[in-house]
Design a protein around this ligand. Structure first.
Ligand code: 5RP
Length: 271
């Protein structure tokens, strides 16, 4: 049934460019009403025409997204924790069955792995188990290299090489356990090492909100280093103008526009 998997993959990673712009709106599964996603349906509706795929949880999908206009869905199927116990964020379980994902017409499922944390084994097992299930039905598996609270210091300035080594390890482990796409963070100056050691396409999570020009710049740099696109959330839906931002991100990802040019596009669309 390889055809089904390839067909679903082509709905996510556009065959015309070999790249993708996914919109991540799965933050509420551990953060609750994240800024910009208090009313997800309202935020997301005007963005839908510009995303190749949408990454929600099953709750937000059913309560807030119109089934008549939804793009291909990559369903978040790991969770079970919350910001209320920050130190336990890596203690994830599977929160959705493959039958539910199929019933919701998902083209793929996303699962976090927390490599290097107390619960790395359990989260890698979540990924491996769900990958086996998903592939029976031809669904795409997105492995997310999450950084638990205990590894937060890896993001500090000056630790880029170490952070890149960590993300290379985690992305490779995601691929080795059945992921078809790896989602990870950008590391300036070293991202090519992350992409180089991973046999599956890598898409970029945006991370915390930064100025629009900066987000477009790291997206451009990641694409230059070999990323296959983005699965971006806060840097799109928390932008001053989310609709302009997603179009500017598309220009970088699908048209190869330089970040300065994309920022000019953002500014003119935001007006
Ligand atoms: C955490 C996640 C997120 O919930 C989310 O998808 C990240 O998106 P962004 O960093 O671009 O807001 O994957 O591991």
């Amino acid at each position: 049934m390889q055809w089904g998997l390839e067909n679903r993959l082509a709905q996510i990673i556009r065959p015309e460019t070999g790249r993708t712009v996914m919109l991540a709106i799965d933050h509420g599964y551990f953060q609750g009403p994240t800024t910009g996603l208090e009313e997800p349906g309202k935020t997301v509706a005007p963005l839908l025409p510009y995303c190749d795929a949408l990454s929600p949880t099953k709750g937000i999908l059913q309560y807030c997204i119109d089934p008549l206009t939804a793009p291909p869905i990559i369903l978040r199927v790991s969770g079970g924790n919350s910001m209320a116990r920050r130190d336990e964020l890596d203690d994830e379980i599977l929160t959705c069955t493959i039958e539910q994902a199929v019933a919701l017409n998902a083209v793929g499922v996303s699962i976090s792995i927390y490599v290097g944390t107390e619960h790395q084994r359990q989260t890698i097992q979540n990924l491996a188990t769900m990958a086996d299930e998903a592939h029976k039905y031809g669904l795409v598996v997105l492995g997310i290299s999450a950084v638990g609270a205990s590894l937060g210091e890896l993001r500090e300035p000056g630790k880029e090489q170490e952070f890149a080594r960590y993300l290379a390890l985690a992305s490779r482990i995601a691929a080795e356990h059945g992921a078809d796409i790896s989602k990870t963070y950008y590391v300036p100056g070293h991202f090519d090492k992350v992409v180089g050691g991973c046999p599956i396409p890598i898409v970029l999570a945006g991370g915390k909100k930064v100025p629009e020009a900066e987000a477009l710049e790291f997206s451009y740099n990641a694409i230059q280093d070999g990323a296959s696109g983005v699965d971006m959330g806060r840097n799109i839906f928390q932008a001053e103008s989310p609709v302009a931002m997603i179009q500017a991100v598309r220009a970088v990802v699908h048209e190869g526009k330089a970040s300065e040019e994309a920022y000019e596009l953002y500014q003119s669309l935001a007006k």
